[in-house]
Design a protein around this ligand. Sequence first.
Ligand code: S3P
Length: 180
Amino acid sequence: MLNVVLTGFMATGKTVVGHIVARRLGRPFVDTDMEIERRTGLSVREIFARHGEAFFRQQEAALVKELAERRGLVIATGGGTLTNPTNLALLKAGGVIVALTARPEVIAARIRDPEERPLLAGRRGPELVARVEELMTRRKEVYEAADFTVATDNRAPGEVAAMIIEFLKGGSAGGTQGHG
Ligand code: S3P
């Protein structure tokens, strides 16, 4: 049984949707950020502040390597996890990749505290939107490598989860199917 791997930009709902998909399918759920936080005893924000992004990415890669060896999981990755080509290849080999999207303005509106996301820290209003656009453009190809994509802008998490489950069952589900 393949893993279901959720990717997409910050605040597209990977954690919330992943949780619902896992519960409805009766599969174990792993959120990579939460698992890294559990293992290190630090929040993502603290990890970046104390040890830097490179250390966080090492933790992320080590966890991905471990999770990619398992099957039947629902995995919510961090927004930057699949920008590491090894992470992408490992998770793709044993899983179906599902990308969640949202427009930059929607993402900025969903982020109440940018300080919790080190890559967005210190930005507000139009500056936050611009930063989201910049990172999103840089990561476009990575998110586009997904097998199935769902726009979350005007959808409740339960509906997004239903579309993913429909896709997994072989239906078209109204999302966009990738070629990868
Ligand atoms: C990151 C996204 C975050 C977290 C870290 C870096 C990114 O996860 O992993 O702050 O590079 O986009 P979410 O996408 O769950 O916010």
